[in-house]
Ligand binder design. Structure first.
Ligand SMILES: Nc1ncnc2c1ncn2[C@@H]1O[C@H](COP(=O)(O)OP(=O)(O)OP(=O)(O)O)[C@@H](O)[C@H]1O
Ligand SMILES: [Mg+2]
Length: 311
């Protein structure tokens, strides 16, 4: 199996894999067979496709093809094409208002709940067009769970918070086991095992967020989307969630929106940087393995953003 993150199409890397450039299984830069010279590498607003990544077909969970998101006549996200790899943590970063949350919500059809929202282009999920007629949006949201910025436990017991989703989905197995397993996977079991009947809202913010992650896991999703899951948490709770994310990626694909550069750099495997044009529509500037994007960004807009000169 090809490791999606270690094979890149710098010409020499391609030679090392034994593949011809044409056959290369992954693409970091849309190369044309020559190394980019300085002026091409740092080219704000350069036309052409954003530098991004490709992965072996069986490692692709989402494939966005020219995705645009609208609220009424306002285009919030413009022509984004990218692939999200399986069992990896993909970070979406970019200035406020560039459409990160909009994009994330399009991954599980959460935007359907907003009357004026619609998309153009396509999102393939394991090769299936998520917006095709006949696709069940409720099932989509079961498979592709979401954790929000502000922890939002239901006003129910800790146990019932976790059991709620499986009950609605008609789960017939051993609920006690499922609740325990979900809380364990969310790294909160030891803190709550003696008070499962107390309200979820009585927990600390960091605990509530892990409870929400347990709730998301309980319905056995494939993907977990996280929209700034740590922005309401202190640094210790934040590190706990990051550690948890690294454990969870063994079993799940994670896409996280974060404003915290250190968090993106620490916790994610690949990073997509978005910014917005004069029309305020967000677009993809570049996507790369996280370490590479933070140390060797190709586009000056990315460099300005990650070094704090912009945004
Ligand atoms: N429900 C909505 N109706 C109309 N416009 C919206 C709606 N939600 C978001 N927008 C607009 O879409 C654009 C993108 O918003 P979005 O919330 O996706 O940005 P973001 O990158 O997540 O920002 P932040 O970092 O501040 O969370 C903004 O111009 C915003 O005003
Ligand atoms: Mg947002």
């Amino acid at each position: 199996m090809v490791d999606p993150l270690t094979v890149r199409t710098r010409t020499d890397d391609v030679a090392a894999t034994g593949a011809t450039e044409h056959e290369s299984p992954t693409i970091r830069v849309m190369t044309t067979g020559h190394e980019l010279d300085e002026s091409e590498q740092i080219a704000p607003g350069a036309s052409g496709p954003a530098p991004q990544m490709d992965f072996a077909a069986d490692q692709v969970v989402f494939e966005l093809d020219q995705l645009s998101c609208f609220y009424g006549s306002f285009r919030a996200v413009r022509d984004i094409s990218l692939k999200v790899p399986k069992n990896q943590i993909t970070a979406l970063i970019g200035p406020s208002g560039c459409g990160k949350s909009t994009l994330l919500r399009s991954f599980n059809r959460m935007n359907d709940l907003i009357d004026s929202a619609r998309i153009e282009g396509r999102i393939l999920y394991h090769g299936v067009d998520l917006y095709e007629n006949g696709v069940d949006a409720v099932e989509v949201r079961r498979r592709i769970g979401m954790v929000f910025q502000k922890p939002n436990p239901f006003p129910k017991s800790i146990y019932d918070n976790v059991a709620f989703g499986p009950r609605v989905a008609g789960f017939r197995g051993n609920m006690d086991e499922l609740v325990e397993q979900s809380l364990r996977r969310a790294a909160i079991w030891d803190e709550v095992k003696d008070k499962l009947k107390t309200p979820g809202t009585a927990l600390s913010g960091g605990q509530q967020q892990r409870l929400c992650i347990a709730r998301a896991i309980a319905v056995e999703p494939d993907v977990i989307l996280m929209d700034e899951p740590c922005s309401a948490l202190d640094p210790i709770a934040t590190l706990k969630i990051e550690e948890l994310m690294r454990e969870l990626k063994e079993n799940y694909t994670i896409v996280i929106v974060t404003h915290n550069m250190q968090q993106a750099a620490r916790a994610s495997d690949v990073t997509a940087f978005l910014t917005m044009g004069e029309d305020r529509a967000g677009y993809l500037v570049e996507m790369a393995p996280t370490q590479e994007l933070f140390t060797r960004p190709i586009n000056r807009l990315t460099e300005d953003y990650i070094t704090g000169r912009f945004g």
